[in-house]
Design a protein around this ligand. Structure first.
Ligand code: GSH
Length: 341
C-alpha cells in the first residue's frame, strides 16, 4: 500500500472491555495506526446510535474509512484483509512452523466459537456482581436478556473456577509437545490473542486477581503459564512500539473522520442470491441485523451486500450515512418494518 493512502481507522471502546482489549492487542500486533473514541460502559451510546445510526449495543466497534465493522470476529478478518502482511503489516494468521500453510479458517472458528463465546463467558462468572451498582446491573440485565441476581452469580464462582481449571488443562495438553504458540505457528496467531486476553483480563482486573492467582499455578500448568507470559510480553512490546500513533478523539470528530472518508469497494462481497432467498431479503430492502447470543438490539438499514461471511447495511445518523458490516454467523438478518426507522 502506498504510504499516506491508508484509510483512517477508528476504534470505539472502553478500557474495561476485555474484547476491546483483544482488538487493541490486534491493532498493536498488526501495527495499524488508529484513533480511539471512549465509550460509556452502559447505554446510551449516542456517538454510535445518533451520529451514525448504529444501534448495535456491543463494544468494540471499529471503522475503517466510511465502513463500520461490528463484532471482534469480523473486525479481525477485515483488518487482516485490508491491512495485509504483503503491505508490511503484522499478520493474525501466520504460517505453521516449517510449512507454507496457514490454518486461518479453523483459527477463525476457534476464536469466535470457543475463545469469545465459551471461555470468555466462563471467565465472566468471576466478575464481582455483588459490588456492581444497581444501574450497571440493570444495563447488563437488558444486555443478557435475563435478570442478573448478584447472589446467584456469586454462587456460580466456584463452578466457574472449576471449569476454568478444566480449560487450562486443555491448554496444557496442547502445549505439552513444547510448541511456542497455540496452533504451532511462526508467530502468535489470532487464536493466541483471543485466548490470551481472557487470562490477561482475569489477572489484571483487581477483583478477579485472587482467582486468577489460584488458577494460574505454574506447578500445575507450567507450559500454559509460561505461554501466557510470552503472550503478555509479545503484546506489551507491540503496544510500546506503536503507542505514539494513538490519539483519543471525541465522538463528534470520529463521525466527521468516518463520514468524510471513502467507502470500501463492496464488489468483493456482492449479493449471494441463494442466501438472500433463504433469509427472505433483497438488495436495497430495509433489513434489521441482530446478534443472536446477547445484546440483542437490532440495527436497521438498507441492505447493500450479503455473502456467507458478512452482511452490509447502510445506516444514517446525524453525521450522515455509513456502511455498517456484521458477521453472518451468530447474527440474524431479516426484513425490517419501515416503522422501525
Ligand atoms: N461477540 C462480540 C461480543 C462483544 C461483547 O460482548 N462486548 C461486551 C464488552 S467486552 C459488551 O458489549 N458488553 C455490553 C456493553 O458494553 O454494552 C464481539 O466479539 O465483539
Amino acid at each position: 500500500m502506498v504510504p499516506g493512502s491508508l484509510p483512517p481507522v477508528v476504534l470505539y471502546h472502553y478500557e474495561a472491555s476485555p474484547i476491546a482489549r483483544k482488538v487493541r492487542n490486534i491493532l498493536a500486533v498488526k501495527r495499524i495506526p488508529h484513533v480511539r473514541v471512549e465509550m460509556p460502559m452502559t447505554l446510551p451510546r449516542p456517538d454510535l446510535a445518533d451520529r451514525l445510526g448504529i444501534t448495535y449495543r456491543r463494544i468494540p466497534v471499529l471503522a475503517i474509512g466510511r465502513d463500520v465493522y461490528c463484532d471482534s470476529s469480523l473486525i479481525a478478518s477485515v483488518l487482516e484483509r485490508r491491512f495485509p502482511a504483503s503491505d508490511g503489516f503484522g499478520t493474525l494468521f501466520p504460517k505453521r512452523k516449517g510449512s507454507d500453510r496457514t490454518d486461518a479458517a479453523i483459527i477463525k472458528q476457534y476464536t469466535m466459537s470457543y475463545a469469545d463465546r465459551v471461555l470468555g463467558t466462563v471467565a465472566s462468572f468471576l466478575l464481582p456482581y455483588h459490588k456492581f451498582k444497581p444501574e450497571f446491573l440493570a444495563d447488563r440485565t437488558a444486555w443478557f436478556g435475563q435478570k442478573l441476581d448478584p447472589s446467584a452469580m456469586q454462587a456460580r464462582q466456584p463452578l466457574g473456577k472449576s471449569w476454568l481449571s478444566s480449560h487450562l488443562a486443555l491448554l496444557e495438553e496442547q502445549f505439552a509437545d513444547g510448541r511456542e504458540w497455540l496452533f504451532d505457528t511462526e508467530t502468535p496467531s489470532l487464536a493466541d490473542l483471543s485466548v490470551h486476553y481472557v487470562w490477561e483480563w482475569l489477572a489484571s482486573f483487581k477483583p478477579m486477581q485472587p482467582a486468577a492467582k489460584e488458577l494460574l499455578d505454574a506447578t500445575v500448568f507450567p507450559a500454559t503459564v509460561s505461554w501466557i507470559s510470552r503472550m503478555t510480553e509479545h503484546t506489551v512490546k507491540a503496544h510500546t512500539a506503536h503507542k505514539f500513533s494513538i490519539q483519543t478523539v471525541s465522538g463528534e470528530r470520529a463521525a466527521e473522520i468516518i463520514t468524510s472518508s471513502a467507502f470500501e469497494d463492496l464488489s468483493g462481497i456482492g449479493f449471494d442470491e441463494t442466501e438472500g432467498t433463504r433469509l427472505g431479503v433483497q438488495l436495497s430492502q430495509l433489513v434489521s441485523v441482530t446478534p443472536d447470543d446477547n445484546g440483542k438490539v437490532p440495527t436497521v438499514g438498507r441492505l447493500l451486500a450479503l455473502n456467507k461471511e458478512q452482511v452490509v447495511i447502510e445506516t444514517e445518523g446525524s453525521a450522515g450515512t455509513v456502511r455498517c458490516h456484521f458477521p453472518r454467523i451468530y447474527y440474524v438478518v431479516q426484513p425490517a418494518a419501515s416503522a422501525k426507522l
